[in-house]
Design a protein around this ligand. Structure first.
Ligand code: NCD
Ligand code: ZN
Ligand code: ZN
Length: 359
């Protein structure tokens, strides 16, 4: 008989759903359906897609569009901007899951390299909402200096190197309020894979060495890593095959099976799987889903990842051809079955904002 695991309220706190001006890449309807197919209850959308979520108008537009289109529950990050938008934080923080600061170059134009501006941002952002950061290498230390000063909960997105893991291990030992996310692509691919994958293996942070990947798994083993987040960042195949391919890969539908495969291979325990994909993110973002919000995944079902079986609008995967275990059989949200293993069972707009008035 197939073994099924029940996971309470899976959360992916790091996705780029695109939509609006980038809805040719992906949109809120297609990508929230992909989230359900990936087993997720809730996903939190990043602010770097035009129009960037850096002012009240853009936030309202995204809140309205997500409210209309989403089939899973959701949150939206506000984005810190070079133009210093700290004055609006007080008005918007309640409606968002947190603030995102881009501290190194990546997709979009929200890069902030000025430590003085970063300091102003930390001073202005009101706890208890979290700050999520894109920080690589030495920039992790720069951000940790601000966490030490302001003590605002800071989630370090897509950590990818042994050096960064060491910095965060020390920060945690010092009692700083930090959490650590790693992605499936950094856990299952290395820079060697770029030879085969080409642009489909290019994202920020870039794929790293085997030693770096080993440090991420060691960080999972000793609890330094809190969350496995997809960093779902769809771009069209045509864009990826162009002369100047953008950075980013999709991941909403492949994260759970990859982690189920790690479970089968003895790399993680069932408790760690549930913590990494659900419970730790719930704690970081202070969410308490009811017992009627859960996912059933058949951990014996084996299959090859194929682009034709994915719902993400971009229609490709860096993991194509990998043999995995873990098939999502049922997803339930607030007592309603929303996915049966093949079909989305609810209409657009079923999904709720988990933050602000509607929460
Ligand atoms: C992300 C995107 O395309 O929006 N790209 C990526 O390579 N991860 C941005 C980001 O997460 O840095
Ligand atoms: Zn990033
Ligand atoms: Zn990202």
């Amino acid at each position: 008989m197939a073994r099924t695991i029940k996971i309470p309220g899976m959360v992916d706190p790091h996705v780029h759903l695109r939509g609006m001006e980038w809805d040719y890449k992906a949109d809120f309807a297609s990508e929230t359906a992909a989230a359900l197919a990936g087993g997720y209850w809730a996903i939190f959308d990043m602010p770097n897609t035009p129009p960037t979520t850096t002012d009240q108008t853009a936030l309202d537009r995204k809140l309205t569009a997500m409210g209309r289109d989403a089939v899973c529950d959701w949150g939206i990050y506000f984005g810190a901007s070079q133009a210093d938008n700290t004055a609006v934080y007080a008005a918007i923080f309640n409606a968002v899951c947190g603030l995102k600061i881009y501290n190194n170059q990546t997709t979009g134009d929200l890069l902030i390299e000025d430590q003085v501006l970063r300091d102003r941002i930390y001073a202005a952002w009101p706890p208890p909402r979290v700050i999520a950061v894109h920080a690589e290498g030495q920039t992790v230390a720069d951000i940790l200096a601000l966490v030490r000063e302001y003590r605002t909960w800071t989630h370090f997105c897509h950590i990818s190197t042994a050096e960064e893991i060491d910095l965060l291990r020390t920060a945690k030992a010092d009692g700083l309020p930090v959490s650590v996310g790693v992605t499936p692509h950094h856990l299952f691919l290395t820079k060697m894979d770029v030879n085969c994958l080409g642009a489909l293996g290019r994202m920020k942070p870039e794929l790293k060495t085997q030693a770096d990947q080993d440090a991420l798994w060691a960080g999972i083993a000793d609890g330094i890593v809190d969350v496995v987040e997809s960093d779902h960042a769809p771009h069209t195949l045509a864009e990826k095959e162009s002369d100047k391919p953008p950075f980013g890969v999709p991941g909403l539908e492949t994260t759970l099976p990859l982690m189920c495969t790690a479970l089968r291979d003895g790399r993680i325990t069932e408790t760690q799987l549930v913590d990494l994909l659900a419970l730790n993110a719930q704690k970081i973002f202070k969410l308490t889903p009811g017992a009627d919000t859960y996912t059933l995944v058949d951990i014996d079902a084996a299959y090859d990842i194929k682009r034709d079986n994915l719902r993400t609008k971009c229609g490709w995967s860096p993991f194509e051809g990998m043999r995995v275990v873990g098939a999502v059989r049922e997803v339930w949200i607030r007592g309603t079955q929303v996915f049966d293993g093949e079909n989305v069972l609810v209409a657009s707009g079923f999904g709720q904002n988990l933050f602000g008035e509607q929460a």
